[in-house]
Design a protein around this ligand. Structure first.
Ligand SMILES: [Fe+2]
Length: 449
């Protein structure tokens, strides 16, 4: 028996395995590319280390793709076979992986939270529950989970900065921008390469309309992003949003081609259809076109990637982004197939937490995205207004979901529903410090004045 970097018991007697395992957990927390080789090194040192098999299964789950589910299932089987003599905490992790792998996201977070009651310094349980809460749109749970554990963490504990970063992002999504910025900046002082803390502060600045500071913040930290995974594309996406707000659309397009959706970049070549990349790209092209900027043929390759993912509901926030690509590229058949696959998933239960949300929320939102492109604005309103309050359940951040506010309010304006548009603008104003006082709402503000 050994202990991990946070002092929790590990069922292994191999020091090399412990060192590599601690490195792998840190790599996950810091979005580093060496998580997979470190897990491999862990299991090479001790093939009977159950929690390392579990971590090997968590990694492909983070890709949120049906293509990687068999990898997670194989690791789960190996971990289960090795779990004789493992601690209750380690066995609970295997239970969480089993739940996650079958799509039972609620059961997975229950398992991680059960671990955290006894072991609040379990960095994996904290980080993964944070991830799932985020993609279920449960900001209050995301914040509460980290805050419950926070008292057990102090600066000397490895991973302290990661916990600060999670506290920062939880605070930001709950509208506490001051707390978010303080915790996020503190984490970046500890490690300038802390992407999640960098990201939390970028969000806090975005929500307050501080575009100049946002550009400076990300510009000053980008030097630390080497050896990181696709999360860096999302940080470039945030930077593009700041430039968009400054009216620098040429810069936004250049960032799109060079940093956000560079099809020649090694990360994109390795995984060309990762959910976060598709979301970044589609949402940015949509916002550009909404401002009247021509984006050329950029939609086509996104639509290609999306067609290959029809029927994959691993991360449902991506679905409306697939539809943005189909609608923009004029792929009506693909759009119909996407909606059919979502109906099937919802009807059969899909085995998990997200099936009801797909049927009740994602389906009308996707149909509305298509209708908006076809200028069927009354239909957009009929589809989206009944589920407006539930769009949060698609997951993602306020900043990401804002594209749906822009779409809905645009449809209200173009339907001649000025009072409705004004009321929806008020909702945006209530939710954000900078509210609808942004470029994406310029036309709607003018039309309702
Ligand atoms: Fe973000």
């Amino acid at each position: 028996m050994r202990t991990d970097a946070q002092g929790l018991a590990l069922t292994t007697d191999n020091d090399a395995a412990v060192t590599a395992f601690d490195g792998a957990v840190e790599a996950v927390a810091k979005y580093r590319l060496d998580a997979t080789p470190l897990v491999k090194a862990t299991l090479a040192a001790d093939p009977g280390f159950a929690l390392a098999h579990c971590l090997k299964g968590y990694l492909p789950m983070l890709a949120s793709s049906r293509a990687t589910l068999p990898l997670a299932a194989a690791a789960l089987a190996d971990g289960t076979a090795a779990a004789t003599g493992a601690t209750a905490r380690e066995r609970r992790h295997l239970g969480a992986l089993a739940a996650w792998q079958r799509g039972a996201l609620d059961d997975a977070v229950v398992a991680w939270e059960a671990i955290l009651v006894e072991h609040p310094t379990d960095l994996l349980a904290l980080r993964l529950s944070h991830f799932i809460y985020f993609w279920l749109g449960r900001a209050a749970d995301m914040r509460a989970s980290t805050e419950r554990a926070a008292a057990a963490w102090s600066p000397p504990t490895p991973g302290y900065g990661t916990v600060l970063a999670m506290r920062a992002f939880g605070a930001e999504e709950c509208g506490d921008y001051q707390a978010a910025e303080a915790a996020g900046r503190h984490a970046v002082e500890i490690d300038p390469g802390d992407l999640w803390a960098t990201h939390a502060v970028a969000h806090a600045l975005e929500m307050q309309g501080r575009a100049d500071e946002g550009v400076a913040w990300l510009d000053g930290l980008a030097v630390n992003w080497g050896g990181r995974n696709h999360m860096i594309h999302h940080l470039w996406w945030h930077r593009a949003l700041f430039h968009l707000e400054r009216g620098e659309t040429d810069t936004v397009l250049a960032l799109y081609d060079d940093k956000i959706r560079n099809l020649s970049a090694p990360l994109v070549l390795a995984i060309p259809d990762l959910y976060i990349d598709i979301q970044n790209a589609a949402a940015l092209l949509w916002r550009l076109e909404h401002l009247g900027v021509a984006v050329g043929a950029r939609w086509g390759e996104l639509a290609d990637k999306a067609e290959a993912r029809i029927g994959d509901h691993g991360l449902i926030f991506t679905l409306p982004h697939y539809m943005m690509a189909f609608a923009a590229a004029g792929r009506d058949q693909a759009a119909a197939r996407l909606l059919d696959a979502m109906r099937d998933f919802a009807a059969t239960g899909g085995g998990g937490t997200q099936a009801e949300i797909v049927g009740a929320v994602a389906l009308p939102v996707c149909a509305a995205v298509l209708a908006h492109r076809k200028d069927e604005h009354a239909r957009v309103l009929a589809l989206m207004l009944p589920v407006h309050a539930r769009i949060v359940e698609l997951g993602g951040s306020h900043a990401q979901r804002d594209v749906f506010n822009q779409l809905l309010i645009d449809a209200a304006v173009k339907s001649g529903r000025r009072d409705l548009a004004r009321s929806l603008l008020d909702t945006v104003n209530a939710a954000w410090t900078v509210g609808a006082n942004r470029r994406g709402y310029t036309h709607a503000r003018a039309a309702t004045a």
